[in-house]
Design a protein around this ligand. Structure first.
Ligand SMILES: C[S@@+](CC[C@H](N)C(=O)[O-])C[C@H]1O[C@@H](n2cnc3c(N)ncnc32)[C@H](O)[C@@H]1O
Length: 237
């Protein structure tokens, strides 16, 4: 269990998530997920009373933070062939007492997402925001993710897509893919003070130890300088 304490000028929020004992991508909070959660904490008015769909959620930290900040509904999804990941997200929702706000579903990326969501969710919602942290982690994913957003736009035309992107190679860019789907992206400046590893601690990581006590621990060594917060919307023609 990892407990995160997020602080902004006027608010403090705690979120605990269980990480899985595994090396797989979905098992733990990636730096992108942490930076996105910090961004939400400092922009909480944006998400108040809004419906959010998270794709490739892993343990689901950004949605849990959004749920605590007043989002009206967070639909948290990850790949359909990973049952234990969805079970873990459900546990994270309950542990954070967000059962009325958040729900977890197995949903794959792709053009069938609208139909797939309709099959497994009881209610239908107009989605205000699509969110996905560190979902552009392979070049194959670039196409799939933007295809997913484009498919969702058909039924949710004003939906905005917030993503955090880690620059792992200068030879990769999402720009050609954006053009293909008639989308445009803007970089959201993240002030240094907002970076989770800033020494004044916008976020603290408190690790539970085996005897039940807690100890503050220096956050994973990551500068967050190679992570970008991006807003994607349809291109205005
Ligand atoms: C790098 S991890 C990021 C996890 C989490 N968003 C975070 O930032 O901590 C990528 C996530 O995308 C999910 N994923 C990969 N391919 C997928 C697909 N085809 N459909 C749905 N989810 C997928 C993985 O299961 C994993 O949780």
């Amino acid at each position: 269990m990892r407990r995160f304490v997020f602080e902004s000028r006027d608010a403090r929020l705690e979120a605990s998530v269980n990480e899985l004992v595994s090396e797989e991508l979905q098992s733990f909070v990636w730096p992108c997920g942490l930076l996105m959660s910090c961004y939400f904490m400092h922009n909480k008015a944006v998400f108040k009373d809004k419906v959010i769909l998270e794709i490739g959620a892993g343990v689901g930290l950004p949605s849990i933070v959004a749920g605590k900040l007043g989002a009206s509904k967070c639909i948290i999804t990850d790949r359909a062939d990973e049952e234990k990941v969805i079970t873990n997200i459900k546990k994270n929702i309950s542990d954070n007492e967000l059962d009325k706000v958040c729900a977890a579903f197995p949903v794959n990326w792709g053009h069938n997402i609208v139909e797939d969501l309709a099959k497994i969710t009881e209610e239908t919602h107009v989605i205000d925001y699509l969110i996905g942290s560190d979902v552009f982690y392979t070049t194959e994913a670039f196409d799939e993710i933007l295809l997913t957003y484009a498919a969702l736009l058909k039924t949710n035309p004003s939906m905005i897509f917030y993503t955090t992107y880690q620059q792992r190679s200068v030879n990769r860019s999402i720009v050609p893919y954006l053009d293909q789907f008639n989308l445009q992206a803007t970089l959201i400046p993240i002030p240094q003070f907002l970076h989770p590893c800033h020494q004044d601690g916008v976020v603290q990581l408190i690790q539970s130890t085996s005897d039940g006590s807690t100890a503050s621990k220096l956050l994973d060594i990551h500068t967050f300088d190679d992570i970008y917060m991006i807003k994607i919307v349809p291109k205005i023609i």
